[in-house]
Design a protein around this ligand. Structure first.
Ligand SMILES: Nc1ncnc2c1ncn2[C@@H]1O[C@H](COP(=O)(O)OP(=O)(O)OP(=O)(O)O)[C@@H](O)[C@H]1O
Length: 120
């Protein structure tokens, strides 16, 4: 059990490292907080909250993995190399794909509630 909590501690250190060093990670946190606030304001259903929570977790996890790839690439290839570029750019593309999907799914979740709220 001590080992479990030790590993949770290491994971929290990773979360803090990514939040401290990655501007995009901080943007994802702010966007997640705004989406959650909008969810409370609009009164999302249980299933909609489940979808929103999953979206937030997937976007944050993708940015964490992107940060891990950047760290490993910088460690393994301090000099410029086409494969280092490919690794960083591909990892960044993964975040972009997931963030774009999150925006589309977020719109599907929120737009009907906004329409009701504003009587459209
Ligand atoms: N070792 C490298 N070899 C070749 N190209 C690189 C290398 N490191 C970075 N690049 C290229 O430069 C871009 C910017 O890299 P940089 O390290 O400045 O930022 P990042 O690590 O991608 O992300 P951020 O600055 O947001 O933390 C990368 O996406 C990649 O295209």
């Amino acid at each position: 059990m001590r080992r479990f909590w030790q590993n949770v501690g290491f994971a929290v250190e990773g979360l803090r490292y990514a939040t401290r060093t990655q501007r995009h990670m901080r943007i994802h946190w702010i966007a997640s907080a705004l989406a959650a606030a909008a969810g409370f304001w609009l009164g999302l259903t249980g299933l909609e909250w489940a979808v929103l929570a999953l979206l937030i977790a997937v976007v944050l996890a993708a940015e964490l993995l992107n940060t891990a790839v950047e760290c490993v690439v910088d460690l393994a290839s301090p000099q410029r190399h086409p494969l280092a570029k490919a690794a960083k750019d591909t990892a960044a593309a993964a975040v972009l794909v997931i963030a774009a999907a999150a925006v589309v799914i977020g719109a599907i979740l929120f737009l009907p509630h906004l329409a009701v709220k504003f009587g459209l």
